[in-house]
Write a protein that binds this ligand. Structure first.
Ligand SMILES: C[S@@+](CC[C@H](N)C(=O)[O-])C[C@H]1O[C@@H](n2cnc3c(N)ncnc32)[C@H](O)[C@@H]1O
Ligand SMILES: [Zn+2]
Length: 309
């Protein structure tokens, strides 16, 4: 109980310290935190902070597409280090941008953050790297603000429940973000849908958008099992990549390909964590021992873009 209260208090403090960022999703006015438990705007629209310390800022009903099971499975897979090489690259990109912005606080937003593992991991990495500096002169120390949003309440519930850091988690629609214009230095959009109009609105003029796309060999061993002999076996992201380049000026493109050794215990979670399994024949979901791959291919492209002139 105390833990819960502490978390709520920490998040209230975080909101207070960054009060210029959140805007009312109904009328667009500034919001203020009241007695550690709710946010209200000048028009008296009110949103409660949940016990776990996240905000539900969705203004219309949303029928869940991804299940709680999928997010829990994804959480296990992330914790096993499945995406660690991707995290290395994202950490490097953020740090590079951090050097450019100088001493001001760096605001990082994960749009479509799912169960939150990626943002939590990046937060830990960036803050840990910074804490190393506390023994040196204070000068190099950075301040951050981290926020993650997803339309799925189930996913945000998991994110807020497992994050030990100070991240503002919101249930919100990417098509109507509850943030004021120019709030963020870095917007991450990892394997999720994008809304470039909203992303560029909430991005600072000198900010970056970092999008992670799945490439043709991503989880190919699962595709082979699930869709053997059927049309879904290959996948191309050309259309999404072109759209990114149409909306933004591309400043960096990285290809990340590796093979992750998968244990027999983790494999069922991997099967559950991906929408790939939705279209599959039920029978194909029962993977027999001899079919179980020992390695899974991760094949991604990371593109960084800035606003067009
Ligand atoms: C494949 S998951 C990826 C989640 C996370 N970025 C990751 O890599 O684990 C796609 C995510 O996009 C979210 N999403 C889809 N449409 C959305 C929308 N309109 N607004 C916010 N999130 C959305 C889903 O709920 C889901 O969590
Ligand atoms: Zn309002």
């Amino acid at each position: 109980m105390n833990q819960m209260l502490k978390k709520k208090d920490r998040i209230s403090k975080l909101i207070m310290e960054n009060k210029g960022i959140l805007k009312c999703p109904l009328c667009g006015k500034q919001m203020q935190i009241q007695a550690s438990s709710s946010l209200t705007c000048k028009s008296k629209h009110c949103f409660d902070l949940s016990k776990k310390g996240y905000l539900n800022l969705l203004t219309s009903h949303y029928d869940a597409v991804y299940s709680k099971d999928l997010f829990e499975a994804r959480h296990q897979v992330c914790r096993a280090g499945f995406f660690d090489p991707l995290m290395d690259v994202l950490e490097e990109i953020i740090k590079k941008h951090q050097h450019k912005v100088g001493d001001r606080k760096l605001a990082v937003f994960d749009a479509g953050c799912g169960e939150g593992s990626h943002l939590s991991s990046l937060t830990r990495r960036l803050v840990a790297a910074d804490e190393g500096k506390s023994t040196e002169k204070e000068t190099g120390k950075k301040e951050y603000f981290f926020a993650g949003a997803d339309i799925s309440k189930e996913s945000i519930h998991i994110a807020a429940g497992s994050d030990g850091g100070d991240i503002l988690w919101c249930v919100a629609d990417l098509a109507k973000l509850p943030f004021h214009n120019g709030s963020f230095d870095v917007i991450l959009n990892i394997l999720s849908p994008a809304n470039y109009l909203e992303f560029t609105r909430v991005l600072r003029n000198d900010g970056i958008i970092v999008k992670v796309f799945p490439d043709s060999r991503y989880l190919m061993e699962l595709r082979n099992i699930l869709y053997h002999g059927k049309e879904n076996i290959s996948y191309s992201n050309d259309r999404m990549v072109d759209y990114f380049a149409q909306k933004l000026t591309v400043t960096d493109t990285r290809k990340i390909t590796y093979s992750f050794e998968i244990s027999r215990e983790l494999f069922p979670q991997l099967m559950k964590m991906t929408p790939l399994t939705w279209g599959a024949d039920e029978a194909r979901l029962e993977v027999r021992d001899f079919e179980m791959p020992t390695h899974i291919t991760v094949d991604l492209t990371v593109m960084t873009g800035i606003m067009k002139e």
